[in-house]
Design a protein around this ligand. Sequence first.
Ligand code: 2P0
Length: 321
Amino acid sequence: MITARAHTNIAFLKYWGKKDSNLILPYNDSISLTLNKFYTDTSVEFTSSMKEDEILVDNQPLTGSGLKRAKRVLELIRQKSGIKASAVVHSTNHVPTTAGLASSASAFAALAAAGAKAANLHLTDKELSILARHGSGSASRSIFGGFVQWHAGHDDQSSYAQSIQSPVNWDINLITALVDTAQKKVSSTNGMQAVVETSPFFPAWVKSAQADIEPMKSAILNKNLAKLGAIAENNAMRMHATTFGAVPNFTYFQPQTLAIIEAVRNIRKQGVECYSTVDAGPNVKIICASSDNDLIMEKLEPIMGHNQLLVCKPGPGVTYR
Ligand code: 2P0
């Protein structure tokens, strides 16, 4: 039995839209930061004593599309290794699930890593990233620590993530403002599909998102927080703009989401470098230097309780227990 731990990641440049839903190939590259705080531990054992794969997440049998995706990853591992046996999988999430904090990223990265090792496959990180991608797109990035780029690619083998900078050797972190941790109404998978099919803003999104990649990479490598933050904030807003253009229209924003975005703008006007980014949920992640965390949290306190604010630092890639 092998146990792997993978951490969640937050995209500074978003993945939003699949050009191939079966292979999970995105329209554009994305760039993320792997976090230290939220992670998934998954153990996998292949055993001939089981007739079928048994997959427990937080002690509950996995069902629905999560089960289908997990089986797909296990099936790929069996194909590669020649193993015929079923798998017993136990997964524990240390992530508030389905609240825009990307638990599927850490979950499928941990499953791919533990499964491959349990099957005695010696995969490179690139191969692991491709395998994890078949579970969930963003999982391809959680194989790596620090700043990561997912190359959109054009087929199975060319769509994988790669490290940009790990460990992160400058002062950047996130404050996660937890607006609502209840399960969201529109999953990322469904939200992005609706946008691809119906939003007239989608082609403009793809074009601008791809154009953000090189400037973002150079901002990371030059440790330029102001440039990085400005690009990330605009990228997130453009992603959300696609949902307003969808038919029927929808949004992940809640009133408090907008209040925090506005507060972040105001704090910035007062000379503190901070920028917001929002994923497929109502929570806001504030990109800033850790030396400004206390000041920013103090300024957010009129609209957010202190226990709704979580500091997340850059985290590592996959590890084995
Ligand atoms: C991201 N998100 O880049 C973007 C930003 C949500 C908003 O990756 O369908 O759960 O499993 O490939 O990976 C969430 O999408 O979607 C996501 P699937 P996934 O982080």
